[in-house]
Write a protein that binds this ligand. Structure first.
Ligand SMILES: [Zn+2]
Length: 175
């Protein structure tokens, strides 16, 4: 934001508070926008419903992006939180809209800043189990697919890939 929404003066950077502000008292807080993303894990216990070529013990639900940024890249189902929406409800809704799958949230995996100076977002990552639904892509996903956890495309966002790598290390270290 360049101009004050209260008095239309040019906003100036105030180094004391590390934010743009206006002599009228307006401060542009520019807080990051929260995003949710979900690692949906299929296991033998929650019955992989599809015949995958290598019959894996673990499956991972990914979506192929239909829009920029990273159009055609694969990542976790993810999206913005609606007004007054619980973050966990947003995570469930995004998985449902993009893949048709219903989930149960297990835990928070991480919360990360998007490491891009042009993107002012933080992403909260959840781990979830599938509990129903029918796999079909929708919303802004051009494809949705269950991959073997050990044989899947690289994720197109570094925060997604790093969260997956860290979770795999701790999950399989205890197994
Ligand atoms: Zn002002």
């Amino acid at each position: 934001m360049k101009y004050c929404p209260q008095c239309a003066n040019l906003l100036v950077y105030d180094s004391k508070i590390a934010r743009n502000s206006c002599p009228c008292g307006y401060v542009h807080w520019n807080s990051p926008t929260p995003v949710v993303a979900t690692l949906v894990l299929y296991t033998k216990d929650n019955l992989l419903p599809y015949n995958l070529p290598d019959q894996p013990d673990y499956g991972l639900l990914l979506v192929q992006r239909g829009i920029e940024p990273q159009k055609s890249g694969w990542c976790f189902p993810a999206g913005y939180i609606n007004q007054y929406e619980e973050p966990t409800d947003a995570a469930k809704r995004e998985v449902r809209e993009e893949t048709g799958i219903e989930i149960e949230i297990q835990q928070i995996l991480s919360s990360r800043r998007v490491p891009n100076p042009h993107v002012n977002q933080t992403v909260t990552f959840y781990l979830a189990n599938p509990i129903g639904g029918l796999l079909q892509h929708g919303d802004d996903a051009q494809n949705a697919k269950i991959f073997s956890l050990h044989n899947h495309p690289s994720l197109c966002f570094s925060t997604h890939q790093e969260t997956l790598d860290a979770w795999k290390r701790s999950y399989f270290a205890s197994r």
